[in-house]
Design a protein around this ligand. Sequence first.
Ligand SMILES: [Zn+2]
Length: 249
Amino acid sequence: MNVQRFQGKEIESGFKRSVVFSFWDGFVHLLFPSSCIVCQGELLRTEQICCSVCFSELMFTQFEKAREPTPLDQLFWGRVDVSAAYALLYYEKTNTVKPLLRALKYENRSDVGVFFGKLIGNKLIELKSFSSVEVFIPVPIHQKKRYDRGYNQSEQLVKGISTVWRLPVDKKVVSKRMHTQSQTKLGRFKRWDNVEDQFYVNTAIRQYKHIALVDDVITTGATLEAIIQQIRLISPEIQISVISLALAK
Ligand SMILES: [Zn+2]
């Protein structure tokens, strides 16, 4: 992956634009102060999505600094071959990541995905194992869910990651077959039966040597495992890496 940086004229025109925007920003902020997604407190102009106190309480995995296999690497051991795996945050039902995920999935806050996607993009710079990734593939959601929600949350994460890693995004090569009943109401083993065959992989996947699947949250890993198995049926030699906003603890 190549990190491209803005240069020359772009910086100059970006500067002029940023002055105008910062006036406008200040004006909008005065009229409509935005609130922290976690504690609902008013955000300062320099803060986005959540206040600095709530941000400091987020449980970061620090996987980018890990020397040993992480719990996310281990999750796929003996199941499917994953080249590199990264998650930014640990998710627990009681921790501050929960309101973030809720806002991203159910409260029409696609900006949460873009914001944390950028953070992920910056962390991935430290990981050489991702350097040969050619394309981002967001984990698809069913058309109906996409219509109801207005967006696919994983695509929003990719949007953020792509501001750092200027790589192509392929939203078509993996698609969802059918609308299944809510996964959360099923137990782990039933969930596995349900998740099999949910995804359709196009033979166009064969053009890639190393792909990165991007998801919002990994719990059992069953969804990614199902997608990876489907992909390998079509392209057995392909390298597959995994990126997620959160990993359930
Ligand atoms: Zn807060």
